[in-house]
Design a protein around this ligand. Structure first.
Ligand SMILES: Cc1cc2nc3c(=O)[nH]c(=O)nc-3n(C[C@H](O)[C@H](O)[C@H](O)COP(=O)(O)O)c2cc1C
Length: 197
């Protein structure tokens, strides 16, 4: 079965008011919308998930996140660079999910005073472990240099966010549709076969 709408979920991993990574994420989601995608945003400072405990019953916040993840075909994860690592809030969010990410495509935004490459790698590692696809590049921002209030002052950065949103929707649609075909077929040697009931 083919689905037409392409659903992109942004996950904002900074708790900080005025977060640069969240601002960049909102801009990327607007670009994705212009590409015809449906978009939603989970802000982890509004949707506060308990520290992951595999034995705990799902809270209503976790149920909300689970529903949003099932809805999404693709994700944009946004994180601050904390000690060269992703934020605890984003790691905690990722810990809740595994098979839900399989076959889905992920784009990455990092707010850092450096390039945030180690942060980007950590997001890629987590997604790879869950059999998600990662975009071949990410977007790194240096908030105080790149932003003037809510506007991006750096044209190269806004072009890169637009490119990422475009590529996420275009390549993500191809990968999503192939995954659906493989999942629905009887061909045994595909990774989608693993997720059949
Ligand atoms: C606890 C802490 C650790 C940080 N560690 C780093 C770091 O290792 N490298 C870096 O470039 N910036 C580091 N920063 C700066 C943040 O990455 C930067 O302020 C970023 O804009 C935060 O993201 P946000 O604006 O989305 O909240 C750190 C900030 C905090 C509060």
């Amino acid at each position: 079965m083919m689905r037409n709408a392409f659903n992109v979920l942004g996950v904002a991993g900074s708790i900080r008011q005025g977060s640069y990574s969240t601002r960049a994420l909102k801009i990327a989601l607007e670009y994705a919308k212009k590409q015809g995608a449906e978009v939603r945003l989970l802000e982890l400072n509004r949707l506060v998930l308990p520290l992951y405990d595999p034995g705990a019953p799902a809270s209503k916040e976790v149920e909300h996140a689970t529903e949003a993840i099932a809805w999404a075909d693709a994700f944009i994860l946004a994180s601050p660079d904390y000690h060269g690592s992703i934020s605890g809030a984003l790691k905690n969010f990722l810990d809740y999910f595994y098979e839900e990410f399989a076959g889905k495509v992920f784009g990455y935004i990092v707010a850092s005073h450096e390039k945030g490459l180690t942060v980007m790698e950590q997001m890629r590692t987590a997604v790879r472990q869950c059999y998600g696809w990662s975009m071949p590049y990410g977007v790194s921002i240096n908030g105080p240099q790149d932003f003037t209030r809510d506007e991006i002052g750096n044209t190269k950065l806004s072009n890169r966010l637009r490119m990422m949103a475009r590529d996420l929707v275009v390549y993500g649609t191809l990968l999503r549709d192939q995954f659906i075909r493989d999942f629905g077929s009887t061909e045994p040697d595909t990774f989608a076969a693993y997720y059949r009931p």
